[in-house]
Design a protein around this ligand. Structure first.
Ligand code: X2X
Length: 338
């Protein structure tokens, strides 16, 4: 028997023994509840760093009763696929962009309206206030639970492999990857671009193979997905803000005892708040890092971009889609939109 074959058999034997042994946890108790928790970010993104701390704290405080396993980087499927699995119960928990969720719950795209939020202060006032509450109430109607604190994805900037974006004219005919969501398609159609709906899991390849010439995302995503390897320019447009809701399958959530639910919600909400600070810091500090990696930054005046959305009928289209009530909730924070 060759050395490698013997090693293999030995390794297999160990693995088999490990599988046969009952799943004993560090807290001396087999988990009563095991949840799969999916997201689209690489492990180093602050969302995964903070989520990991939260699930460890939850396991400890529930004495091992609730074991939440995190699956980063779309390991369980693209965002679109994972949303279906969440609804069927194949996946119990999912941190998902509100705008992607809007394919199911239209008002979840409210926060993505072009140039609605001027800064983070306003974002958290609205999302921890009436806008968030309004969206969560709509999410509840499709049998999903959304925890109170939304996680930060961030203000979005446009990257390209071809040229800096200085004016709305630079976006004319531009082949840009956008996430799978009507709000993004509608916005870049309003800019007369050629948007292609592509899930985050396919984004790098789409840019590398030049299926598209650019994309738009916050700096933390541009950095964690290593988009600097396939992009040259970054135009700081801050054209919209988006975050990730922690969504939970309603039947799975209701199976948990109330005290376990409270512990889980407490730690996950705290993790989201900590992650906001991490991402805000990164979205500032990462610019230098990206410059060092060869990205060329420019900061266009955004008035002309907003005017273009207005004249293309973007705001009136979405006012009709969202309805007067939702629009009024947003305008309570943002002032007149459009
Ligand atoms: O898919 C994207 O671009 C991302 C990572 O920003 C979202 O989750 C919306």
């Amino acid at each position: 028997m060759s050395f490698s074959r013997r090693t293999l058999i030995k390794a297999t034997g160990v693995a088999a023994a490990a599988c046969a042994a009952p799943l004993k946890l560090a807290y001396g108790q087999t988990a009563e509840f095991t949840f799969k928790y999916a997201n689209n970010q690489p492990p180093a993104h602050p969302m995964n760093v903070r989520a990991k701390q939260a699930v460890e704290a939850i396991k400890a405080e529930t004495n091992g009763r609730l074991d939440i396993q995190i699956f980063p980087s779309n390991q369980l499927g693209s965002d679109t696929d994972t949303l279906s699995q969440l609804r069927s119960g194949g996946v119990e928990m999912f941190n998902l962009s509100g705008l992607i969720l809007s394919t199911l719950v239209t008002p979840a795209a409210l926060n993505g309206l072009g140039f609605a939020f001027s800064d983070y202060n306003l974002v958290w006032k609205a999302m921890d206030g009436d806008v968030g509450a309004y969206i969560r109430a709509q999410i509840a109607k499709v049998n999903l639970v959304a925890l109170d604190k939304i996680w930060d994805n961030g203000f979005r900037q446009i990257t390209t492999s071809t040229k800096p974006i200085n004016t709305p004219d630079d976006l004319r005919g531009f082949k840009i990857r956008v996430p799978v969501s009507p709000m993004w398609t509608s916005m870049f159609k309003a800019f007369d671009s050629a948007p292609a709906s592509i899930n985050a899991s396919e984004m790098y390849t789409a840019l590398q193979t030049k299926v598209v010439d650019g994309q738009e995302n916050p700096l933390a995503v541009i950095s964690n997905f290593k988009l600097y390897e396939v992009q040259k320019y970054c135009s700081v447009t801050n054209h919209m803000w988006d975050g990730f809701w922690t969504l939970i399958n309603r039947r799975a959530w209701d199976r948990l005892p109330a005290n376990v639910r409270d512990i889980a919600a407490k730690h996950l909400n705290a993790a989201a708040v900590n992650e906001r600070a991490d991402v805000a810091a990164q979205n500032t500090s990462l610019q230098q890092d990206l410059v060092a990696r060869g990205i060329v930054f420019n900061t266009p005046k955004t008035d002309a971009f907003r005017d273009k959305l207005r004249s293309a009928g973007f705001y009136s289209e979405w006012k009709t889609k969202f309805g007067d009530e939702a629009w009024a909730v947003m305008e309570r924070y943002t002032g007149k939109l459009g």
